[in-house]
Design a protein around this ligand. Sequence first.
Ligand code: NAI
Length: 211
Amino acid sequence: AKNHKDISMAVIRRLPKYHRYLKELLDREVYRISSKELSLMMGFTASQIRQDLNNFGGFGQQGYGYNVEELYKEIQKILGLTTNYNTVIIGSGNLGQAIANYTNFQRFGFKLMALFDTNPKLIGMKIRDVPIFDIDELQEFIDENKIDIGIICTPKEFAQDIANKLTKAGVSAIWNFAPIDLKVPEDVIIENVHLSDSLFILSYLLSNQEE
Ligand code: NAI
């Protein structure tokens, strides 16, 4: 297989979708699949699929297709899903609680260690056994627990301050839901999520639909 670092970001951005479909195949006890069948399932062209999966070494064989399990494992490895990560959520309102209540991330190795907030009504509560602490305890908590990922779910006015606190405390990755571009040191990784981007594309498609 190629060194993972040589795989283009465009290919990497498609991997979660491969991961999802391959998992579904495994759950259905399908152990091999052709690029053509995958293409019908996923809506990528067969040639796109062959090109993408070529990056990961010799899992495709003429007349056999792909070994679903090997491919799944390789993609998991590339996506870092064989590693466990500790996470914290900052901002324990609607969104923070919704993410905390979503147990599926844990299955893929993302462990929620704590939530934080400024609201005294929330501090001391638990979401699925995970405590909500005062934001003033963030630094100490991160010092004492190895935290890999900070998830920002505060209103946008506070997000930059939270990002500063997280990076100062040594967190190296931020999953940012606040609608603001955060400035962080070069070695800190940020992935932004904007549900509205996806919603607006839906709106575009709806408003341009043929009558
Ligand atoms: P919310 O008002 O229910 O929750 C925000 C929480 O942050 C509150 O509990 C508040 O006490 C807490 N908070 C405020 N300042 C804080 C600080 N300095 N430190 C720690 N906690 C603090 O709001 P909601 O609906 O949960 O939205 C949260 C954020 O997520 C907003 O910025 C919103 O725009 C964004 N959002 C983003 C979405 C996306 O797709 N990216 C979707 C929905 C919301």
